[in-house]
Write a protein that binds this ligand. Structure first.
Ligand code: SF4
Length: 249
């Protein structure tokens, strides 16, 4: 894990503890957690020092940390979210963790790009109470351009999850110059309609990750690109709504 974040309000319902798994098969140019992309521990600048960006945890240690906040989960309808990076890159650990949390009666969410072998996606997602499924682009060549991988596996896993009636919240991260045009809104609307998806959450591009690229000494493609605000997406949300898709930010 490269982080365990308590009291999160943006990664599923209620107050949550978010577990950030190391390793991601995508390399999104706008990624706000670049330390989550590489599976191995790397060194990050912290002032004049270099410190490891992650460490190993046991299931017991994570459970102890998560269970400290049980009263907050119960009060707010929250729980624990597996995020990253991509939790599906460590499937045995994710399965063991989800089973343990379920035994303790803690609500779980899996935040994923959906890019994993079908058997891995199916096994892990079946154990989560909610899947926060992020789609980056409806168009395959633009998906490759932005993330380094094709979107066919992602869409196939999404379709399986829909057939299996897995509880899903679909999310679109809206990135300037990548997928924020009116044409893109129509493209997503058409994809979502073809999948029978009626509700989507829009996540707005931000620059919270910018300093991490400096700390890791790696190039950042989105340097200086302005952040998006809710009012920038009025036409975008109008197009989705007109296509029968409810959206919230
Ligand atoms: S899928 Fe998420 S964690 Fe992976 S590279 Fe893209 S934004 Fe970063």
């Amino acid at each position: 894990m490269f982080n365990i974040q308590k009291f999160s309000l943006h990664d599923g319902p209620g107050i949550r503890t978010v577990l950030f798994f190391k390793g991601c098969p995508l390399s999104c140019k706008w990624c706000s957690n670049p330390e989550g992309q590489r599976a191995e521990t790397c060194l990050m600048a912290d002032g004049n020092k270099k410190v490891p960006d992650s460490r190993l945890y046991s299931i017991e240690e994570i459970l102890t940390t998560c269970l400290q906040d049980r009263p907050f989960y119960e009060e707010s309808g929250g729980g624990v979210t597996l995020s990253g990076g991509e939790a599906l890159t460590q499937p045995k650990f994710a399965v063991a963790l989800l089973q343990s949390l379920r035994e303790k009666g803690i609500h779980t969410a899996l935040e994923t790009s959906g890019y994993a072998p079908a058997e891995v996606f199916n096994e892990v997602s079946a154990l989560a109470d909610l899947v926060l499924f992020d789609i980056k682009h409806y168009d395959d060549s633009r998906h490759v351009e932005g993330t380094g991988v094709h979107n066919d596996l992602i869409l196939a896993n999404l379709q399986t999850a829909l057939v299996e009636k897995t509880p899903i919240l679909l999310r679109l991260t809206i990135i300037p110059g990548r997928n924020n045009s009116e044409e893109d809104a129509h493209g997503f609307a058409s994809l979502l309609r073809s999948l029978g998806i009626e509700t989507v959450q829009l996540l707005l591009f931000h620059q919270f990750g910018e300093r991490k690229y400096e700390a890791l000494n790696i190039p950042y493609a989105m340097r200086g690109v302005p952040q998006l605000h809710k009012e920038d997406l009025e036409e975008y949300t109008r197009i989705l709504t007109a296509a029968g898709i409810k959206c919230f930010i």
